[in-house]
Each structure stands twice: as structure tokens, then as C-alpha cells.
Design a protein around this ligand. Structure first.
Ligand code: SF4
Length: 521
């Protein structure tokens, strides 16, 4: 299980169809940094600010080489509060492997912080841009809205509408034009900061010192330079060559590397779901999956460092026959490093500075297909890296499940959960708040709470509460109309969610709100 990829593996990666990068850049390993002391500096995560300041001031650095003047930041002089860092100054932000505050020859100030999984760039105009280590933008923040860009080159925005109470946000997909505009803005800012590092300017803060900071920041800025909006558009085409659509993930896998061992859904009957309609269910041959895996690793490149886990998709990939599933997991285990199941609390990925190390593999499963495997089968999958399974229960009410055309009953799903738990797997379930409208509301809440109460879910497990989403023209909409069932209002769905959440928390597992839309990978 605990295998590091061999040099041969890297060679295979280079032969993957989308390879187009050098692999020399390595983000410093914090653990290694602790050992490479020069007597003055031991960067590590979460170190004390006071110590850091002393180290900066004690450092001699090469002014001539960079063409910059050295000024050590002081809180009353050059330091600028960073809105997106809890209004701290850059020298007081922890967790950076390197950071710099510079003023370019043109008088613009930039604040750069390199983390083990990405680079933050702040500007004087209250903008924050975050890039992955491959140089692709992933976040664009302004004081009024947060924009996200997925690796598929689609984007979402969260914005608080005027008058909405704190904590309330509207989410929507970004238009193509909006996304390109954000990418352009982030790229221009990064180019100016890169120019500032190479040209005349003033360093107002540097950690651990100017030379090391420049040496660490510059390679990432050069990667960003190679990702102007037109290149990101081209890569979107590459993404579609590597991936089938990724329409949904469990929330705890939004930061996961997605690998697709199956296409479509194995039964595709649920009235409320149109995620995989029209896509025939296919299990990939191991050779084909391996090609996909290599292509995916090559596509993400250094960007892999921001993924903590692997998600095996598309829909219930665990439904495939056990022998094929074992071969697929073994294939993954040959290419990446996964902690052994007995490791009690695996260290976070970034702590290793290892591009190909993940905390575990997760996947969706349905109660109905879950019964095809025994607890011993699941234990075998756990030994091969499977760590967390998300079960689409939707409701504890057998009547509602039948009406929703969900081909499983609560007893079957409870038995599937029992087998998963016996195998030592972490499990989450999804319940659909508001499903079945007023006709099923009382039974849905009562039976779902009963289901959770009698299930083997424990404290570390989660119950995701997802509000029902009705697509126009869907089977669900037709059933509601034919049955003349009154839809619950958003406020009533919210009330049902709170009712479920309260009852679930009293029984042990966590209750977590979950919104399907909008989502981009
Ligand atoms: S099992 Fe899941 S993916 Fe398949 S149709 Fe039902 S809800 Fe959709």
C-alpha cells in the first residue's frame, strides 16, 4: 500500500497524452526545510511571527542581483492590512513557505504568499487572486464577491446581496465572459508582480529572506505567466479529452482528485435526478482506466498539490464487480501513495510536500447495489485505499423511496451501511429535504430520523441535507403534477432541513447542509 511512485512511474506520466511540462519545480518540503538550516532559518508552518521578523532582519541578501532596494517592513510604515487574511499584515500571516511585499517601479504594491498548495497574490486595490502551483487561477476575491474557477475552466461566484444578513450568499455560475475577465485580471496582476521581482522596486517584507523568497516565488509566477486566458481556454479542451463531465461530488471531496472508473449511473431511474440521463453505464477496462489516470495526473501537474483525496467516479463506481474494483484500486496504488488503513491520523498532504500522496479514496454508493458486496469485500477495498463512502439514501420513508423510483428500501440501505462500518469505512449519507412535497413531509422527517437512529452511523459520519431540486420536464416534476402534490416553499424546505438537522445531531452523526448547484470541478 505505502508505495512511492518509482522513477518509472514518472516516466509513464511523461508519456501521457497531455504531458507538456517540465517536472523540475519542487515546492519546498516543510519537513525538509526544518533540516536544511543555515543556522538562521527553519521555515515551518505556524511559526512565531516574532522569530520570523528577527530572522528577516538578520539576513543579508543580494540587492544587486534583484535590482531592488531592501526595506524591512514595519507595522507603522509599509505594511498593508490584508482583508483576505483576517486583516493581518503579510508578515503576520502564518503558513507561508515564502512571502514578499514589494512596491514596483510603477508604484504598485503586491503581496505574495506561497503555500504548499498554491500562491496568493494580493493587490493594493483589495483584490486577492489564488493560483495553483501549475500556474492556473482558482480564486478571485473582491470585497463584495468570491469567484471560483474549476479545473474544467468553468466558474462560480458567491456574492452577498445588498441587505442580506451576514453569512447569506447567493451563488451562481459565471458566464464565460465573466470568467475570462477574471482570468485576465489575475494574469495581468501576476505579470506585473513578476516584472516587479525582476526589475527595479522595493522589497518591504520578505520571508524567510529576499533571496529565498524570490527563488521560491518566481518559478510559480513564471508558470502563471504561461497561463494567459487563451491558454486556459485551450486547456479546457484538454480537460474534456481527459474527463467525462463531473456533475456532482460529495462536499468533502470538492478538493479531491477525480478519477473516473465508470461512466454514467448503473440504474439511472431516480425521478429527481437527471445527472447521467442518456449516458449508458460503462465500467472502464483497467488498461483504459490506467491511461485516464496517467492523463489526469499529467493534466493537473503541480496543481495536484491542492488535492487532499481521490474521488472515484462517476456515479456509484463501487457498483462494479469486486475483482475489477480491486484491479482499479491496485492500479491507483501503483501510481500514488496512500496511507495504510491502520494509520490513525494521517498527516495532511501538504505536510509531506509530496505531489502524489493522498489521504484516501472516496466514492458514491447506493444501498441497493451495495448489498452485492460483503463486509469482507469492503475490508479488502479499505486495505487498498478506500476510506470514505457516500450513500445516497434520500429518505428513510419506504413510501417516498418507491414514489421517487429509488430502487432500494431502508432495510437494504441500513444493511449496506452495517457492512461498510464493519469494514471500518467512514460513511456519509445524503437525505433530500423537501422531497415529495407536502404529501410526504411528515413521514419523510419521521422515517428519516428513525433511519438515522437505527443506523450504524457514528460521530465522525455525516448526514448531508440537500434541498430537493426540481428540473423542469423531469420525472419528479411530472409525478408532482400528476399527484397534484403541493410543493414546499423554500422557507418550508429550510424548516424541514432544520428539523432533520436537529434530530440527527441528537442521534450522533453530524448534519451538514449540502447544495447541489451550482457546482464546478
Ligand atoms: S443512483 Fe444516484 S446518480 Fe443514479 S439516478 Fe439515482 S440519484 Fe442519480
Amino acid at each position: 500500500m505505502k508505495k512511492a511512485p518509482s522513477p518509472g512511474d514518472e516516466g509513464a506520466l511523461k508519456n501521457a497524452v497531455v504531458v507538456r511540462r517540465e517536472s523540475a519545480f519542487a515546492v519546498p518540503n516543510p519537513a525538509a526545510d526544518q533540516q536544511t538550516t543555515d543556522g538562521q532559518y527553519k521555515p515551518g508552518l505556524g511559526q512565531e511571527t516574532g522569530r520570523r521578523e528577527r530572522l528577516i532582519q538578520g539576513r543579508v541578501w543580494d540587492v544587486a542581483r534583484r535590482g531592488m532596494k531592501s526595506t524591512i517592513v514595519t507595522p507603522d510604515r509599509a505594511a498593508r492590512l490584508l482583508r483576505y487574511q483576517k486583516n493581518r499584515t503579510l508578515d503576520r500571516c502564518g503558513g507561508f513557505l515564502a512571502s514578499m511585499q514589494i512596491e514596483t517601479g510603477g508604484g504598485n504594491r503586491f503581496f505574495m504568499g506561497l503555500r504548499a498548495d498554491g500562491l496568493e497574490l494580493h493587490t493594493d486595490a483589495d483584490r486577492q487572486y489564488v493560483f495553483d502551483l501549475e500556474g492556473r487561477p482558482v480564486r478571485f476575491n473582491t470585497p463584495t464577491e468570491y469567484r471560483f474557477r474549476g479545473i474544467s475552466h468553468r466558474g462560480t461566484v458567491m456574492r452577498r446581496p445588498e441587505g442580506m444578513a451576514a453569512g447569506g450568499y447567493e451563488r451562481r455560475l459565471l458566464s464565460r465572459g465573466e470568467l475570462i475577465e477574471s482570468c485576465q485580471e489575475a494574469w495581468r496582476a501576476a505579470e506585473e508582480a513578476r516584472g516587479g521581482l525582476n526589475g527595479p522596486g522595493m522589497v518591504q517584507h520578505a520571508f524567510p529572506d529576499s533571496n529565498i523568497a524570490v527563488d521560491r516565488l518566481l518559478p510559480v509566477l513564471e508558470r502563471i505567466s504561461r497561463h494567459p486566458p487563451q491558454e486556459l481556454e485551450r486547456e479546457a479542451g484538454l480537460f474534456r479529452e481527459v474527463y467525462q463531465p463531473v456533475p456532482v461530488l460529495p462536499p468533502d471531496h470538492y478538493g479531491s482528485l477525480v478519477l473516473q472508473a465508470t461512466e454514467g449511473c448503473s440504474f439511472n431511474t431516480c425521478a429527481f435526478c437527471k445527472l447521467y440521463r442518456g449516458i449508458p453505464f460503462r465500467v472502464r477496462a483497467v488498461e483504459r482506466f490506467e491511461r485516464h489516470l496517467l492523463d489526469a495526473l499529467a493534466f493537473h501537474g503541480e496543481g495536484l498539490r491542492r488535492f487532499t483525496r481521490i474521488f472515484l467516479g462517476q456515479a456509484n463506481a463501487l457498483a462494479m464487480p469486486q475483482a475489477r474494483l480491486i484491479s482499479i484500486l491496485e492500479c491507483i496504488g501503483r501510481r500514488v501513495e496512500l496511507p495504510p488503513p491502520e494509520e490513525p491520523a494521517p498527516r495532511p498532504v501538504w505536510a509531506h510536500g509530496h505531489r502524489l500522496r493522498f489521504l484516501g479514496i472516496g466514492s458514491f454508493l447506493d444501498g441497493f447495489t451495495g448489498l452485492a458486496k460483503s463486509a469482507a469485500d469492503y475490508a479488502e477495498l479499505r486495505r487498498l485505499g478506500l476510506s470514505r463512502v457516500c450513500l445516497g439514501v434520500e429518505s428513510g420513508s419506504p413510501e417516498l423511496l418507491r414514489w421517487l423510483r429509488k430502487p432500494a428500501n431502508p432495510e437494504e440501505m441500513r444493511e449496506t451501511l452495517r457492512r461498510l462500518k464493519e469494514a471500518g469505512l467512514a460513511t456519509d449519507i445524503v437525505l433530500l429535504a423537501g422531497a415529495g412535497g407536502s404529501a410526504f413531509a411528515a413521514g419523510h422527517v419521521r422515517d428519516s430520523l428513525e433511519f438515522v437512529k437505527n443506523s450504524p452511523l457514528t460521530q465522525g459520519d455525516r448526514v448531508y441535507l440537500s434541498p430537493i431540486r426540481e428540473y423542469p420536464g423531469s420525472d419528479y416534476a411530472r409525478l408532482m403534477d400528476e399527484g397534484r402534490i403541493r410543493r414546499l416553499t423554500p422557507a418550508q424546505i429550510q424548516q424541514q432541513t432544520l428539523q432533520l438537522a436537529k434530530g440527527i445531531r441528537a442521534r450522533g452523526p453530524q448534519a451538514v447542509p449540502y447544495r447541489l448547484e451550482p457546482f464546478v470541478y
